[in-house]
Design a protein around this ligand. Structure first.
Ligand code: 5GP
Ligand code: MN
Length: 346
């Protein structure tokens, strides 16, 4: 494995951990496998080091991650606000995983930002804001979980990784890479996988639980979305799926049911990028995915104040689903240039 992590960053993190007794781990809103995998993975590590650690997340993680060891111990801010507040108030250190800007924590952001203790950020999104005393940002990593594994190795703590920690970390690597189908060109991630599997991780279970299982309603919702709601714009090599709250209710939608749906249009070879808009409680959640480096992050940033990775990005729109869709259609032509020229990030 190449040593890609700056040793001085790893040793500062190691000092932060050594000098702290109570440590809070936190991540972004609507947490995914990488957000929960990285925070829970570190939680297991810190506990084996004898620390009082707690995972505090902005809102409820999806049921598809409930198999992860420690899942039941996660403190959810929207459900247990005072408890989360006391954990943050008493922390000596906060480690923020898998996000690059405070607003990605929604209603949890003020509590974390105003905390007086030390903070470290561990993340793989581009252009992070300076929201922590120690910024460990590696945008070339496939996942935050890959970065966490490398950091643990660089801190000399690989021997402390137990089966539970390994299970959480491999889950984030698997979900962010869609089981090693995207974003997995670097050979090291196979070595990392090998080392985690060597500890006894049940990979088949991770793939089934976190990636491929869904309810009958969710399967039918996906079929409905593709058959009835997918619009294809051949001249822009784009596809769009929108789902209103009424449609979601019709299929008894629960959080996580549309996970992966945005990828489906990309199975059509002529489609370069896919956008999915879902009417949420307080906003329209926009998700976008692409192939061949079409920068959907630019679309999400420019039209919806969001961002993300070149091939996987998202944003939030505070208005009607119709307006959200209309804005995309009105502006699609602006992004046609990326169909021809290769996108080079600044
Ligand atoms: P998803 O489509 O799975 O919600 O998000 C894909 C990626 O897009 C995430 O890993 C994250 O990097 C980014 N992302 C999603 N939603 C937002 C958002 O509202 N704001 C920003 N800045 N990034 C987002
Ligand atoms: Mn991630």
């Amino acid at each position: 494995m190449e040593r890609l992590i700056d040793n001085s960053l790893a040793s500062r993190l190691s000092d932060f951990i050594d000098e702290s007794r109570r440590i809070v781990l936190t991540c972004h809103v609507r947490p995914d496998g990488d957000a929960i995998g990285s925070t829970l993975g570190l939680w297991h590590l810190l506990r084996s080091l004898g620390k009082e650690a707690a995972v505090v997340v902005p809102d409820q993680p999806p049921r598809s991650l409930a198999f992860l060891p420690g899942f039941e111990q996660i403190a959810v801010f929207t459900r247990h606000d005072p408890y989360c507040k006391s954990l943050v108030d008493e922390a000596d250190l906060i480690i923020m995983c898998d996000f690059n800007t405070a607003s990605r924590q929604d209603q949890l952001a003020p509590l974390i930002q105003n905390a007086h203790c030390r903070k470290a950020l561990i993340d793989h999104h581009r252009e992070p804001d300076r929201i922590a005393d120690l910024m460990i940002s590696y945008p070339d990593m496939s996942s935050t979980c890959e970065l966490v594994f490398r950091l643990i190795a660089e801190m000399g703590l690989a021997g402390e990784v137990n089966l539970d920690c390994a299970t959480c970390l491999l889950t984030g690597i698997i979900t962010d890479s869609r089981n090693f189908t995207v974003n997995c060109k670097h050979p090291d991630i196979y070595e990392i996988q090998m080392r985690l599997l060597g500890m006894g991780v049940d990979k088949d279970r991770i793939v089934r639980e976190a990636l491929t299982s869904k309810s009958l309603d969710a399967l039918r919702l996906e079929a409905y979305a593709i058959l009835k709601k997918m619009e294809v714009f051949q001249e822009h090599k784009a596809a769009l799926i929108t789902l209103s709250r009424d449609e979601l209710t019709r299929f008894s939608y629960v959080r996580g049911d549309t996970e992966g749906l945005v990828n489906r249009p990309l199975e059509v070879k002529s489609i370069r990028y896919s956008v999915f808009m879902r009417e949420d409680d307080d906003c329209v959640k926009v998700s976008a995915r692409s192939v061949n480096n079409f920068p959907v992050s630019e679309i999400c940033k420019e039209l919806y104040g969001g961002g993300g990775h070149i091939q996987a990005a998202g944003g939030e729109f505070f208005g009607s689903l119709d307006d959200c869709r209309r804005i995309l259609l009105d502006n699609m032509h602006k992004f046609d240039k990326y169909l021809k020229e290769k996108y080079i990030p600044e």
